[in-house]
Write a protein that binds this ligand. Structure first.
Ligand SMILES: Nc1ncnc2c1ncn2[C@@H]1O[C@H](COP(=O)(O)OP(=O)(O)OP(=O)(O)O)[C@@H](O)[C@H]1O
Ligand SMILES: [Mg+2]
Length: 374
């Protein structure tokens, strides 16, 4: 039997719940060649959603390529990943890959590399480099394959914010956009785990990717969906939980997808037959024990002004940090220091800016901070 609750990696099948609306929307975009951009806080379920829609929608006429560019640090590492993922996904047999690479790309030296990792058997290495490779040709690759084969291609790029972190990033973004915007048979689905970096790429009019496609914010999975999911996963494990307690699991972690599954798992482990208050508390403590070392580490080099800014947010202030009531209660330094404090805490992913003001990004961080740092 597989583990009833899974967290920390993308989920599928019986571990996946809700997202009917988003699935439909993304599926329509994929089928109709509409570009999509998915934004959400950490661990809400972007990767899981895209992989689900890929599995549902893929057909011989509609190829969906998924790639993760987290490890790409430079433009050419990105081109290598981009081209090899596209060739691998569109070649029907392993032997065809090298031929396809030679057919569609000049100046590459394709090789099949057998992988030491158990999850992937092999990968394609192309040896893309600034001396011999032509970046326009590489960026045009899916469109040329799609035209030649009479198919449609969707290219899904996970951790897309890496593009914004590469040397000479703005020029790179301009190049990519200028080529992709002419594609008729290829569309793109771009998403990433660093929300503030993704926002910088897509929200500003000045940026090349502004209004590149259908941009949607992945909402939280509501308790009405989580509760039956939690109850049924307990049943699979031969245990029970009341809907009330399942609801408490959701509200304690403010419905953050990964945390709901992590806390549910820890409550399940603490339950003999039927989950009760004690099992819930034990489960919560176990969950905190798993995350607190990280919080301690993350806060260890914050300045006292930065910590005070977080204290103010925890105390319920979300706007107007310059007003007297806040500055007299929390020592935040000079008023002119406030924008910098805010910027740093957003960059370091402690806080997020929403329409209603500034909020802490992590609900368990709030629980820990209030108990230990206030
Ligand atoms: N639809 C879902 N149903 C149930 N659980 C989910 C769902 N989506 C996400 N989760 C939970 O959240 C965790 C993280 O999911 P996933 O990796 O897809 O999120 P992500 O938004 O891509 O994360 P990151 O921001 O780190 O890239 C999963 O391991 C699972 O516990
Ligand atoms: Mg992800």
């Amino acid at each position: 039997m597989s583990k009833p609750f899974i967290y920390g990696m993308s989920v599928e099948g019986e571990h996946f719940t809700d997202r009917e609306l988003e699935t439909k929307r993304l599926q329509l975009n994929f089928e109709n060649g509409v570009n999509s951009i998915i934004i959400s806080p950490r661990r809400m379920g972007k990767t899981s959603l895209v992989k689900k829609v890929k599995a549902l929608t893929e057909s011989p006429k509609l190829k969906i390529v998924y790639m993760d560019i987290y490890k790409c640090r430079t433009e050419y590492e990105f081109y290598e990943k981009y081209a090899s993922a596209i060739i691998q996904a569109t070649a029907t047999k392993m032997e065809r890959m090298v031929e396809n690479a030679k057919e569609f790309l000049m100046g590459v030296s394709p090789k099949i590399v057998f992988s030491p990792e158990p999850t992937t058997e092999f990968s394609l290495s192309l040896g893309v480099n600034p001396q011999t490779s032509n970046c326009e040709e590489i960026l045009d690759l899916p469109e040329r394959i799609a035209r030649k084969r009479g198919i449609q291609i969707v290219v899904c790029i996970d951790e897309f914010q890496q593009i914004g972190e590469m040397p000479d990033s703005l020029a790179l973004q301009k190049t990519i956009r200028s080529i992709w915007q002419h594609h008729q048979h290829t569309s793109y689905c771009l998403f990433g785990s660093k929300q503030h970096l993704m926002s910088q790429l897509f929200y500003s009019r000045k940026m090349p990717f502004y209004q590149f496609g259908d941009m949607f914010f992945l909402r939280k999975i509501p308790s009405e969906k989580w509760i039956p999911f939690i109850v049924s996963r307990f049943e699979v494990a031969g245990k029970t939980i009341s809907t009330d307690l399942a609801g408490r699991i959701c509200s304690t972690v403010e419905n953050y997808s990964s945390y709901v599954q992590q806390l549910a798992w820890n409550v399940l482990t603490a339950t003999t037959k039927e989950a009760d208050e004690q099992a819930f508390q034990d489960g919560l403590n176990a969950t905190l024990a798993q995350v607190v070392p990280l919080f301690v580490e993350q806060t260890s080099n914050l300045s006292s002004f930065q910590l005070n800014f977080i204290r103010a947010i925890c105390a319920g202030y979300h706007n107007d940090f310059g007003k007297r009531e806040v500055t007299s209660r929390f020592n935040l330094g000079t008023r002119s220091n406030l924008p910098k404090l805010k910027k740093t805490l957003i960059e370091r992913e402690f806080i997020e800016e929403t329409e209603s003001g500034l909020f802490l990004s992590d609900p368990l961080f709030v629980v820990w901070f209030k108990n230990n740092m206030m």
